[in-house]
Design a protein around this ligand. Structure first.
Ligand SMILES: NC(=O)C1=CN([C@@H]2O[C@H](COP(=O)(O)OP(=O)(O)OC[C@H]3O[C@@H](n4cnc5c(N)ncnc54)[C@H](OP(=O)(O)O)[C@@H]3O)[C@@H](O)[C@H]2O)C=CC1
Ligand SMILES: CC(C)(CO)C(=O)C(=O)O
Length: 315
């Protein structure tokens, strides 16, 4: 069952019971898989077994998971075939370290997150072989613990392994997701896919966080929308400077995708509302870092990162 060519995942652990993790856990459980949902906050996982996770909006479903736990170390007793990481990017290294204590050959770990290079944080600890990166194409928020509102869902989601030898396992995991109702495709262009999503996140998440605006409001406000467009153009320059292909039609695609977000407040706005650390280092921070690498100035990203960091410091 765990051989390279015959990987057939049956058990999944989802780490993080925020809206993104609840969606993954509910779909995989509906697909008939053994699903453990893990979160450090007991109240967030409590409803996941009874009455079950509730999804509403672009997807409508009520589904119980197999079990829950409050500590990644609890997974050691019965290690799952696949671990899906659905926490904010800043928590990834800590989780990878916890997984290391019970990791064994044949287990796979997926970064189902936003942000640039999150998968490298995992690979630094576990090596490349078990690590996969995904690009998530839904917008969501928690109404209550275990109750998720999904304003939009644009399948498919994308996934790729870091080590080419793990490609058959990626195919098997994508198939399990797809069979469960979350259409997911294996790609060999994950870096481009991550950047296509991250340019949107870097251009809107911090702006919506500091202005407390929805995507629709930020993109239609005469002044704020100029800031967003400036960020998008700067991020595109940085991608090009690093020879990362976004596709010839990227600018209109990206503006349309973000406008389609309408009344959704990006996840960084929820972080501000809850006074939590944000993913700014994995969005604007990475754009600035890659800009420096290619000799491209990034004044828009540098400014928005400064505002987010200054406000974050007050939490
Ligand atoms: N919300 C959205 O619309 C979308 C979000 N994304 C991305 O998906 C990822 C997850 O997002 P989201 O669900 O909004 O995140 P949330 O922060 O709402 O949920 C993550 C949960 O994981 C918990 N957690 C943190 N560390 C651990 C740990 N060591 N063990 C167990 N649980 C832990 C967090 O607790 P605590 O709060 O205490 O840290 C939190 O409850 C992010 O990268 C986000 O950018 C992608 C697409 C859409
Ligand atoms: C806004 C959205 C849904 C897509 O850009 C997102 O990824 C987030 O909320 O972090």
């Amino acid at each position: 069952m765990k051989e390279k060519t015959g990987f057939n995942p049956q058990s999944f652990a989802v780490i993080g019971a925020g809206p993104v993790g609840c969606i993954v856990a509910a779909f995989l459980a509906k697909g008939g898989y053994d699903v453990t949902l893990c979160d450090v906050i007991p109240e967030l996982i409590e409803p996941a077994t009874t009455p079950g996770i509730i999804l509403e909006g672009a997807e409508n479903l009520q589904q119980a998971v197999t079990r829950t736990c409050t500590n990644v170390d609890d997974l050691a007793a019965n290690p799952p075939d696949v671990i899906i990481i659905t926490v904010k990017a800043t928590a990834t290294p800590l989780i990878a370290s916890a997984i290391e204590s019970f990791y064994k050959e044949g287990m796979y770990v997926v970064s189902w997150q936003n942000g640039i290079d999150t998968e490298l944080d995992i690979a630094k600890i576990l090596g490349k072989k078990p690590v996969m990166r995904a690009v998530v194409n839904y917008g969501c928020g928690l109404v209550n613990p275990g109750h998720v509102r999904i304003p939009f869902h644009h399948p498919p989601h994308y996934i790729q392994e870091l080590d080419p030898e793990s490609a058959p396992a990626t195919e098997a995991i994508a198939e399990a997701f797809t069979k469960s109702g979350l259409a997911t495709s294996r790609t060999d262009q994950i870096v481009s896919m991550v950047w296509r999503k991250s340019v949107m996140n870097a251009s809107t998440n911090p702006v919506c966080a500091v202005t407390d605006m929805t995507l629709g409001e930020a993109l239609t406000d005469p002044f704020v929308s100029q800031a967003v467009r400036g960020l998008v153009k700067e991020c595109i320059k940085v991608a090009r400077g690093n020879e990362i292909s976004l596709g010839w039609d990227y600018y209109p695609y990206c503006m349309e995708y973000m406008m389609g977000g309408g009344a959704h407040k990006p996840s960084m706005a929820s972080d501000f509302a809850m006074k939590r650390r944000t993913e700014i280092d994995y969005l604007s921070g990475k754009i600035i870092e890659y800009g420096e690498q290619a000799g491209i100035e990034t004044p828009c990203n540098t400014a928005i990162r400064a505002y987010v960091k200054a406000l974050e410091a007050k939490f």
